[in-house]
Design a protein around this ligand. Structure first.
Ligand SMILES: *Cc1c(COP(=O)(O)O)cnc(C)c1O
Length: 413
């Protein structure tokens, strides 16, 4: 397979490892468990340390199995290069450790994955101001800008309420002002959407979710799209300027975040995630079709008070989703009418499992306010639009009719 030719999404993933020679012709990149890498000539080791030649030195800073996965993600995102981490949160935290300094200001969408929200609260306690804005409106981002703003952070489709950021306009604003634009692509995945298309500087993926897809390994990644001009970024230390400017961002992230904080992805997890990624497009097609059918069924049912799914024409950002995403994905959430207890409802489901994960092959459900958003308290939940009865559904790859029947019988009972 010649990398110059553009293949489709799945073909590219399946044949990614073969872009480079693989040991013994193995069709999977082998799992390399060695922590250290030996060199016959000690000068070679020194050159690797100094970045003068490619190579591995110590497992925390890089591993061949992990590198193969990084190259795969780079191809999925059409990016320049990727850095993997032990979890999605380690990748988000790396932004703080690797790219921000005291005196900086961050603008974040108010509609966020709960743990990312919690992380930004910590960052504020440590003295760096973070403004939370309604990212469905570019004006809200623009109004929050200060001369110290270094980074704008958004999610494509917010988990769990499915608000969609004003992705294109925020991208244009960040480009005009020379601000780093970070897009968490987890809920869409690179199959449904490439944030590079709207000018993202860095793309985050929680590999744990749709990319790995089987709920059997944790992982996260940061992809540099190549669009950001690092020479204009004031927080790059002199030592990383020995590389070509396009590499400055990831070079500093690799050292300051991955090396110094140690959230390295293990080779076994990287293998699981890489194998899972091979079927991502097939899974997401099925999940999107089932989610659409389920959202439609629920929104037609009078016992359901509200359904949040970008595929519904009633969704406030339906037009944006239609123009930017290949399909609407497998995440939806809904509220039951008053008088129907959400715990009783969940306990009547026979297939969908009460569990906290997304993008699994199995359909998972969770009462949001009582679990993942519990620590936040009612005031903050209300601000984020999280009703007490909100149920999040991560639609899996079960047969669509079986799923519809399950959610229907639980309402009927
Ligand atoms: C799950 C998730 C994360 C964090 O990923 P982990 O692997 O669980 O740490 C970050 N962002 C979004 C949008 C997520 O859904």
């Amino acid at each position: 397979m010649n990398d110059q030719k553009k293949f489709g999404f799945t073909t590219t993933i399946l044949h990614s490892d073969r872009q480079k020679p693989i040991e013994h012709g193995s069709l999977h990149k082998p799992i390399h468990t060695a922590v250290a890498y030996g060199y016959r000539d000690a000068r070679e080791l020194a050159d690797v340390f100094q970045g003068k030649r490619p190579g591995y030195r110590y497992g925390r800073q890089g591993n061949p199995t992990v590198s193969a996965l990084e190259e795969k993600i780079t191809r999925m995102e059409d990016g320049l290069a990727t850095l993997c981490f032990s979890t999605g949160m380690a990748a988000v935290g790396a932004l703080v450790q690797g790219l921000l300094r005291s005196g900086d200001h961050v603008i974040s969408s108010a509609y966020l994955f709960g743990n990312t929200n919690s992380l930004w609260q910590t960052v504020q306690l440590q003295g760096m101001p973070v403004s939370f804005v309604d990212a469905t409106k570019v004006e809200a981002v623009e109004q929050a800008l200060t001369p110290a703003t270094r980074m704008v952070f958004v999610e494509t489709i917010a988990n769990p309420r499915t608000q969609i950021a004003d992705l294109e306009k925020i991208g244009a604003l960040c480009h005009e002002r020379g601000i780093l634009y970070v897009v968490d692509n987890t809920i869409t995945s690179p199959y449904l959407f490439r944030p590079k298309k709207v000018g993202a500087s860095i793309v985050i993926n929680a590999l744990t979710k749709s990319i790995g897809g089987h709920g059997n390994a944790l992982g996260g990644s940061l992809t540099d799209t190549g669009l950001f001009d690092w020479t204009a970024y004031p927080n790059i230390a002199e030592t990383y300027k020995r590389f070509a400017p396009a590499q400055w961002g990831l070079a500093q992230l690799r050292a300051k975040a991955l090396r110094d904080f140690g959230g390295a992805l293990g080779p076994e997890a990287a293998h699981h995630l890489a194998v899972g990624a091979e079927t991502m497009a097939l899974r997401i097609e099925r999940e999107s079709a089932s989610a659409m059918a389920l959202a439609t069924m629920l929104s037609d049912d009078e016992r359901v008070a509200a359904v949040y799914y970008p595929g519904l024409s009633s969704h406030p950002q339906h037009a944006i989703a239609t123009s930017l995403f290949r399909a609407y994905g497998g995440l939806l959430s809904f509220e039951l009418k008053e008088g129907i207890d959400c715990f009783d409802y969940l306990n009547r489901l026979r297939l969908a499992i009460p569990a906290s994960n997304l993008g699994d092959t199995r359909t998972l459900v969770i009462p949001v306010a009582h679990t993942i958003y519990h620590e936040m308290g009612p005031a903050r939940r209300a601000k984020m639009g999280i009703a007490e009865s909100l149920i999040r559904v991560s639609v899996g790859i079960e047969d669509t009719d079986d799923l519809l029947e399950d959610f229907r019988q639980a309402l009927d009972a």
